[in-house]
Design a protein around this ligand. Structure first.
Ligand code: PA5
Ligand code: NI
Length: 188
């Protein structure tokens, strides 16, 4: 039996900081520039190279009996008419699931099966989103404040960015007439 000491982490929603911090990963536009549709707008925004999102991974062993958990913060903004979003991924162990609890802000959670079937659910304060086994997932901030959510998934699930990094996802979320709109990804 492996002994592991119980512990707490604390999220400060105002300062948007987790303590202990764990592993903090910051993703700027240049880390995902090719994922946005409007490459002219990307070029322009790269002059500033804004932080698109960051996430705090609590330090947990990558073993099946454990639960990885983290706090993600997607900043508000757009590249062209496409909202700031996470890269998105499948899990390495494909038949593992995940739960997102939204703590602050407004977003859309885009999910996709390997056969390209897509599903989009709302994220708002208090929403608990279930990402079943096999579904890839990406988070989009459609509001004007940071979107903050807590996620939990199987300890050894891992992340597989490969296919989405190359192909993107089948649907994108863009602003049209001032409203978030789900569109087929023309580049898919
Ligand atoms: O485990 C998750 O699904 C989240 O914690 C994400 O990893 C986090 O939101 C960052 O997104 P991505 O891993 O797609 O860059
Ligand atoms: Ni995940």
């Amino acid at each position: 039996m492996n002994y592991f000491e119980p512990f707490n982490s604390y999220i400060d929603l105002e300062k948007m900081k987790l303590s202990p911090e764990g592993e903090l990963i910051i993703r700027k536009l240049n880390d995902m520039a090719e994922m946005y549709q409007n490459q002219e707008a990307v070029k322009e925004s790269l002059k500033e190279n804004p932080v698109i999102y960051k996430f705090y991974n609590v330090q947990i062993p990558e073993e099946s009996g454990h639960l990885q958990h983290c706090i993600s913060i997607v900043y508000p903004g757009k590249i062209g008419n496409e909202y700031y979003m996470t890269k998105g991924h499948f899990h390495k162990i494909k038949d593992t699931s995940e739960i997102y609890l939204t703590l602050k802000g407004r977003g859309k959670l885009v999910m996709q099966m390997p056969d390209q079937k897509s599903k989009v659910v709302e994220m708002k304060e208090g929403s608990i989103s279930y990402i079943p086994p096999y579904w890839a997932h990406r988070t989009i901030n459609i509001g004007d404040e940071p979107l903050i959510f807590f996620s939990v998934y199987r300890g050894d699930a891992g992340h597989n960015y490969g296919i989405i990094e190359k192909k993107g996802m089948a649907v994108i979320i863009v602003e049209e007439e001032g409203k978030p709109t789900i569109k087929k990804n023309p580049a898919y």
